[in-house]
Write a protein that binds this ligand. Structure first.
Ligand SMILES: CC(C)(COP(=O)(O)OP(=O)(O)OC[C@H]1O[C@@H](n2cnc3c(N)ncnc32)[C@H](O)[C@@H]1OP(=O)(O)O)[C@@H](O)C(=O)NCCC(=O)NCCS
Length: 170
């Protein structure tokens, strides 16, 4: 296993680092990454090892301007570097960047079976909102989570709005 102590966290990444981050995300997905969408992410944080290889990434995927809420995602850590706290640090850095942008609430969805990902978010204070499918009868259950960044935000109302086109399941 590679060691943690020489990991560096960078935002924004250089174009080469962004490309490497895209390849890393793509390697964790069943379907191909929508590259142009990733390249439009407002915030990307990468983790570099001692050789400056990109070994982790997380991002703000998009901002919902009217709700002043932002989606955190694009989490990927190189398989040989997992369970060393890299996703924890990446999450904390994206949360800090969201605070700097004045975002009121961060939200995320993860595949229901992806316990590592939901536990990583909960470790940084994210709360479970609910399990949803896109349409009734669909089996692809996603868990939605949120992290209020402002004491004034009505998290429930924001999350109800964000998930309104989805179907809640148990
Ligand atoms: C999910 C992922 C990003 C976690 O990265 P990581 O650097 O290994 O995570 P960390 O070491 O920072 O772990 C943070 C917390 O996440 C949880 N976690 C991480 N890996 C886990 C695992 N295999 N099983 C259970 N919980 C896990 C734990 O709560 C952990 O805290 P702890 O170490 O104090 O117990 C990584 O496993 C990954 O890249 N997976 C494939 C891609 C993916 O699923 N991305 C998310 C898409 S939504």
């Amino acid at each position: 296993m590679a060691t943690l102590k020489t990991i560096h966290y960078i935002t924004p990444p250089t174009p080469d680092q962004l490309d490497a981050a895209a390849r890393l995300i793509d390697s964790t997905l069943e379907h191909s990454l929508k590259l142009s969408r990733f390249q439009r992410a407002p915030v990307v944080v990468v983790a570099l090892d001692a050789t400056l290889k990109v070994v982790g990434v997380a991002a703000i995927r998009k901002v919902k301007v009217r709700a002043n809420a932002a989606e955190i995602g694009y989490f990927a850590v190189d398989a040989t570097y997992r369970r060393q706290g890299i996703a924890t640090r990446l999450t904390q850095m994206v949360v800090s960047e969201a605070r700097l942008l004045g975002i009121d609430l961060l939200y995320a969805w993860v595949e229901h079976a992806n316990i590592a990902s939901s536990d990583n978010l909960k470790k940084s204070g994210f709360r479970f909102f609910g399990n949803y499918v896109r349409r009734p009868g669909k089996s692809n259950v996603r868990s939605w989570l949120y992290l209020p960044l402002s004491s004034a935000v009505d998290s429930n109302a924001v999350m109800e709005g964000i998930t309104k086109s989805l179907t809640r399941v148990e």
